[in-house]
Write a protein that binds this ligand. Structure first.
Ligand code: ZN
Ligand code: ZN
Length: 151
């Protein structure tokens, strides 16, 4: 029994450390692949379970946005996210002003407000570059060697 508890603690610690070393906001499956390099025998189920426990303990944040797979963030500082609509990558926006006093607004339907979610969406620099060089962008320069689009 004690052994199992110790092993769980070690696994949980490893998952948290790996997550904190990543800035990509991995999905559970992506995190599992990274954790496996340290703990080759860990299972995906164990990673899922520990992520739930760590989220409940407030040691990581779950990012659940409409229609996308849950991602995990080891950065507990308040910050916003921007998601690329092309490749799905999620980046941090640390420089936006965040005013926690906004959360204490009274009278929001009688709710005691615990927080809020805000997600920006856009096209990341890498996808923007790729779209331009593909000629898939509608604003392709005339005379481009890309196929002529007749509309
Ligand atoms: Zn992208
Ligand atoms: Zn983040």
């Amino acid at each position: 029994m004690g052994d199992i508890l110790r092993r769980n603690t070690r696994q949980r610690q490893a998952i948290l450390e790996v997550l904190r070393g990543m800035t990509s906001h991995p999905t559970a499956a992506e995190l599992y692949n990274a954790v496996r390099k340290r703990l080759p025998r860990i299972s995906l189920g164990t990673v899922y379970r520990n992520l739930e426990v760590l989220a409940r303990l407030g040691l990581l944040r779950k990012l659940e946005f409409g229609g996308t797979e849950t991602r995990f963030d080891g950065d507990l500082q308040e910050h916003y996210h921007v998601r690329c609509v092309e490749c799905g990558r999620v980046a941090d926006l640390h420089d936006l002003p965040f005013d926690p006093s906004d959360l204490r607004v009274e009278g929001l339907g009688g709710y005691r407000i615990l927080g809020h979610h805000l997600e920006y969406v856009g096209v990341c620099p890498a996808c923007g570059t790729r779209m331009r060089s593909d000629g898939s962008s509608r604003s392709a320069a005339p005379g481009d060697s890309a196929d002529q689009m007749v509309e």
